[in-house]
Design a protein around this ligand. Sequence first.
Ligand SMILES: Nc1nc2c(c(=O)[nH]1)N[C@H]1C(S)=C(S)[C@@H](COP(=O)(O)O)O[C@H]1N2
Ligand SMILES: [Mo]
Length: 236
Amino acid sequence: MASDAHPRPIGRRVFLGAVGIGALGVLVGARVQDWLERTVGPITAKDGSGLGALLPIGRFRIYTVTGDLPSRSKSEYRLRVDGLVDAPFTLTYAELRAMTPTSLTRDFQCVTGWRVHDVAWQGVRLRDLLDRAGVQSSAQAVRFVSFDGAYTESLTLDQARRDDVLVAYELEGAGLSDAHGGPVRLYVAPMYGYKSCKWLERIEVTRDVEPGYWEQRGYDIDAWVGRSNGRDDDAI
Ligand SMILES: Nc1nc2c(c(=O)[nH]1)N[C@H]1C(S)=C(S)[C@@H](COP(=O)(O)O)O[C@H]1N2
Ligand SMILES: [Mo]
C-alpha cells in the first residue's frame, strides 16, 4: 500500500501507542475500542477477536490532525457564514436541516491512496448558503474552519459554487458521526479528501484563497482527484 503521504497521518495519533492497525501493524487499545463502539456501533473482527476495529472504520479511515476527536451535539452546534458577504448569519443544526437537501453518491478518495467506492452523502449545497449570505463582488474565495481548533480549508468561489460541493450532515443514510466530522462537515466530491473539512463551524468568504492545513504542508490547493498532487490520470 502506498505509504501515508500525509506527514502526520491521521488516525495514528488517536490510536496512539494503544492499538494495532492491522496492516499498519499496531494493536487496538481498550479505550479506543470503547470509543469506537460508542461512536459507530459494535465492531467485530472477522475472526471474532475484537481486533478488527481499527482503521478503517467501516470502509473509511478516520483522520484528525489534533490527536483528538472533537464532539459537538446537534443542539449546541452552530454554523457561521460570514466574511465578505452582505448578510452574515448563524444557523442551528435544525435550520440547516430545514434547507433544501441534496444527495450525492460518489467515491471518496484520500490523497494517500485509499478510496471508498459509492459513498452516499446528504447535505445542503454550499452555493445555497453563499447565496443566502450574499457574496460581495470583491470576494474570490471561501475559507472553512473546523471546531477542532486546527484544521482549515479553502476553495475558490467557482469551486465552491459547484453542484457537487455540500455542507453535509448525513453519510450512508445516517447522521454524520463524531468520527466522520459530525454533526456537519464539508464534502467536496471532485477533490481529494483533505478538502472535505470535518467538524465545520465557519464558512468565511475571503478575497483570496488562503491555503488550508495540508496546503500549508505542501499539498496542492486545487486538489482534483486524479489531476493534482503529482497525479495525471489522463496522461499516457
Ligand atoms: N478537521 C479535519 N478535517 C479533515 C481532516 C482532519 O484531519 N481534520 N482530514 C482530511 C483528510 S486528509 C481526509 S482523507 C478526510 C477523511 O475523512 P474521514 O476521517 O471521515 O474518513 O477528512 C479530511 N478532513
Ligand atoms: Mo486524506
